[in-house]
Design a protein around this ligand. Structure first.
Ligand code: SAH
Length: 346
């Protein structure tokens, strides 16, 4: 049965917020701690599993709060590299994607932050159907909890690079990060990367918070003309403004920025484009992540054949650049594709 909207989403509450709610019900602080542990350490999905809480209180809790959960709508496992891609159904019937990737240093989980996206990047599958809604902090946490439960693998690091623009859902993403840090996962924010298309005022805000996370900026072109043609956000925040914010981020946090650059044949992969990128980033303490573009059905952008020579040009100009390993190639792990496929199957 669908839970009523009026119930409080208990997994989105911080320990302090939960404590205030529990005290207001006439209970003691230690009860709140017990409940928080059931939710975020033992990760139970129903109040009836809280065996050290009285039946009467469990009943009162289930009237006031709901414990959200995700449904696995699809699970694709790569035969090549153990990458697992999930399509998770949300309580309201929407769906998002989550990808578990295995690296030498541990398991990394790519999570979604919104259902759809407003940013409209031309090459991105998530942008095509537009924006539906923000994810709640609980819905971001559950992507981790459910993936760990289903795969039996521990998640060691998180990348906010799934569907959505994390800085366009700023408050919920920050709340999620603090739950991740203080809850059962106890994950240091040094193990988190947040990827943005470049919402400048939020980059400044993030710098002030000094969270320790790694900021990735989706650059994809080094002149305003080229960037605006593939990323509409560039018309709102041009490159000069964006680069000033990036330099400020580094100055405030001491964390170097990672720039993402997806190489598209004939669009941003020429020798001229490499020169423009060198000019833009020269002298900056940063890293460039080169990604062969994932071709999507709805657009005719093609993978560049010059990824390696582009990388060599950057490194010989003193710019730190690596080519991102393609994972899950056989299960089409490119973001947004699975959700799109499901929508068109209906
Ligand atoms: N909205 C955020 C995070 C989600 S997208 C952002 O823009 O950074 C994660 C990364 O994948 C971004 O760098 C994005 O530009 C890139 N991306 C999107 N579609 C892609 C595609 N078809 N091929 C390669 N990279 C893509």
């Amino acid at each position: 049965m669908e839970k009523e909207q009026t119930e409080i989403d208990i997994l989105s509450l911080s320990c302090d917020e939960l404590t205030r709610e529990i005290l207001a019900m006439g209970e003691k602080t230690f009860r709140a701690k017990q409940i928080y542990e059931w939710l975020h350490v033992k990760k139970i999905s129903d109040f009836s599993q809280m065996s050290n809480i009285s039946v009467q209180l469990r009943e009162r809790l289930s009237k006031k709060f709901c414990i959200k959960s995700l449904k696995i709508k699809k699970r694709l496992v790569s035969d090549l590299d153990n990458t697992v891609k999930y399509l998770y159904g949300l309580p309201d019937g929407q769906a998002v994607e989550t990808v578990l990737m295995e690296y030498k240093h541990g398991n990394s989980l790519c999570i979604s932050t919104q259902v759809g996206c407003k940013m409209g990047c031309r090459f991105c599958a998530s942008a095509i159907a537009g924006f539906v809604r923000n994810l709640e902090p609980s819905e971001m946490l559950l992507q981790i909890y459910e993936t760990e439960r289903d795969s039996g693998r521990q998640v060691d690091s998180i990348v906010l690079m799934g569907i959505g623009e994390p800085l366009d859902n700023f408050d919920n993403v920050m709340k999620f990060l603090s739950l991740l840090n203080s809850g059962g996962e106890g994950m240091s924010l040094r193990h988190i990367s947040l990827s943005t298309c470049g919402i400048v005022e939020r980059i400044y805000e993030l710098a002030e918070l000094r969270t320790g996370l790694t900021l990735s900026v989706s650059l994809h072109a080094a002149t305003d003309e080229k960037r605006s043609a593939i990323m509409p956000v560039n018309r709102r925040y041009g490159l000069e403004e964006l680069m000033t914010a990036c330099r400020e981020y580094f100055a405030k946090t001491g964390r170097r920025i990672s720039f993402e650059y997806s190489l598209i044949e004939g669009v941003n992969d020429t020798e001229q484009s490499a020169r423009e990128l060198i000019e833009l980033l020269g002298g900056m303490n940063c890293h460039v992540n080169l990604i062969p573009i994932n071709e999507i059905r709805e657009r005719d952008y093609k993978k560049s054949r010059y990824v390696e020579s582009f990388r060599r040009r950057l490194t010989s100009a003193g710019i730190n650049a690596t080519v991102r390993r393609t994972l899950g190639a056989d299960i089409n792990a490119a973001c947004g594709q699975l959700r799109r496929d499901e929508a068109s199957d209906r």
